[in-house]
Write a protein of this length. Structure first.
Lengths: 132, 62
């Protein structure tokens, strides 16, 4: 054993996010043209433009993603009717968890490491990365 | 020979702990750097276990 580090996940990779939300039965929508926006639905039929959105099947509200100057994406949503929380977790934590799974797996595989995914205690997910 | 592994533990709330196991010296830092950078920013704690310093002590002896 040599070192450990705690990381606060930042969403930076929409491809990894698309894989994560697909695993939860949802869809990531992005503009067809770079620089354009998509409209995220909110309460009372109000929509707002954003850089990408997560659509919940059968839901009335979307999760909006806004690109920040540092390249990360902020996440916001109208949690009013509970549909987003039911699929993505409170505060979208399940989405964030699976994003970390997909992003870390991709990063490890890019280096030629093999990755084994395991269910951990208390709804955690462990990735066991073998380094040659 | 110890197996070199990186354990990425992702909690239900999305927080992540990356644990490098079976490495000596600074090889662990190089191995985990890309995964750490891909995920985000280091949180409030990170620590080096005894084996991290093993490589450095051996280097000083030469």
């Amino acid at each position: 054993m040599s070192h450990w580090t705690d990381i606060k996940t930042q969403i930076k990779d929409l491809a990894a996010l698309a894989a994560a939300v697909a695993e939860l039965g949802c869809e990531l929508n992005r503009p067809n043209v770079i620089g354009e926006k998509v409209m995220a639905r909110g309460w009372g039929g109000r929509g707002r433009p954003c850089d990408a959105l997560v659509r919940i099947p059968g839901g009335n509200y979307d999760v909006a993603l806004d690109r920040q100057p540092d390249g990360t994406y902020s996440v916001s949503a109208d949690y009013y009717d509970g549909s987003i929380e039911a699929k993505l977790g409170q505060g979208c934590k399940r989405m964030t968890q699976l994003y970390s799974v997909h992003k870390a797996t991709a990063a490890a595989r890019m280096k030629g490491y093999s990755v084994l995914r395991q269910q951990g205690p208390n709804n955690s997910i462990n990735l066991v990365v073998s380094v040659p | 020979m110890n197996k070199k592994q990186i354990i990425v533990a992702i909690a239900e709330d999305g927080s992540v702990r990356i644990d490098a196991v079976g490495f000596k010296g600074t090889a662990c830092t190089r191995a985990t750097a890309e995964i750490e950078k891909a995920l985000g920013v280091p949180g409030k704690s990170s620590g080096k276990k005894p084996e991290f310093y093993q490589g450095q002590q051996q280097a000083q002896q030469h």
